[in-house]
Ligand binder design. Structure first.
Ligand SMILES: C[S@@+](CC[C@H](N)C(=O)[O-])C[C@H]1O[C@@H](n2cnc3c(N)ncnc32)[C@H](O)[C@@H]1O
Length: 259
């Protein structure tokens, strides 16, 4: 799918969303598109090394499918890194279900000011994430576990931001991720074209889990052909169980009940 054009420094690419309509992107040496320099700046080389690691080991280690090799940058690295637009400086960020390291590793590369943790339950993926972090000398913590587990909640609660890409529907993400945020913190769920429908469908569950109304926003509009669609949900209240008790151990106040 990815074939080198005749002119030097240009690539002709069939992108994932326009398979029939070929378009051109300017390529940097090493195969990264020009947009990668805008997004990763002086840390582009680290992003290129991550792309190389995924290209060399991603398929054999069950992290990406063979079709992803040709669209690593646009669909995976850049699509993930542009989420940085929504992250305030020096935020404490948790990437739930990090898998191959998306969006967590591109965010760690693009934004070294963040305090980043990657959460992943599968042992072999945790090993991969630790290897990548060592190889790229990133300051990132990796935790093995599931977002909804008690010890994980105790250890990782109070995040400013929780990210999740291709992990679960909004209903489950809200239940798993909102308790990991500080009040006022935000869940950023990377979603596809049906983001607005999903948000509407799961609105009641999101509210019950302590989330606000939620909105669909777009990131990377200036650099990506297809901007990244993100569902943003603010944690506005403590998570409530059916019995009316807060999952965080507190009692409901008159103010809570009136919400
Ligand atoms: C489809 S993969 C996506 C991985 C990565 N975010 C990406 O976009 O390439 C979903 C990941 O979520 C992890 N996962 C599933 N349930 C989870 C849970 N309850 N808590 C944390 N991670 C979970 C899986 O182990 C898997 O690595």
């Amino acid at each position: 799918m990815l074939d080198r054009g005749e002119r030097s420094g240009r690539l002709v690419v069939n992108t994932w969303f326009h398979v029939k309509h070929r378009h051109e992107v300017t390529a940097l040496t090493g195969g990264a598109p020009e947009a990668a320099r805008v997004v990763f700046g002086a840390r582009l080389e680290l992003a290129e090394r991550f792309a190389d690691l995924l290209r060399e080991h991603g398929i054999e280690r069950g992290l990406i499918g063979p079709r992803e090799l040709d669209r690593l940058w646009e669909r995976h690295l850049l699509n993930s890194a542009v989420l940085a637009e929504l992250l305030p400086p020096n935020s404490r960020v948790l990437d739930v279900g990090s898998g191959a390291g998306l969006p967590g590793i591109p965010l760690a590369i693009a934004r070294p000011d963040l305090t980043l943790t990657l959460l992943e339950p599968m042992a072999r993926r945790v090993t991969w994430l630790q290897e990548v972090i060592t190889e790229l000398a990133l300051t990132v913590e990796v935790v093995r576990g599931r977002a909804e587990e008690g010890p994980v909640r105790e250890r990782l609660a109070g995040q400013d931001i929780v990210t999740a890409r291709a992990v679960a529907p909004m209903e489950r993400l809200a239940k798993w991720c909102l308790p990991l945020l500080r009040p006022g913190g935000r869940l950023l769920a990377m979603k596809g074209a049906s983001a607005a429908e999903e948000l509407e469908r799961d609105a009641a569950a999101i509210s019950a889990a302590g989330g606000g109304r939620g909105e669909v926003v777009s990131c990377g509009g200036g650099v990506l052909e297809v901007p990244t669609t993100v569902v943003v949900v603010k944690r506005v209240a403590a998570t409530r169980s059916a019995a009316g008790r807060r999952r965080d151990g507190g009692r409901r106040t008159r103010k809570d009940r009136g919400r």
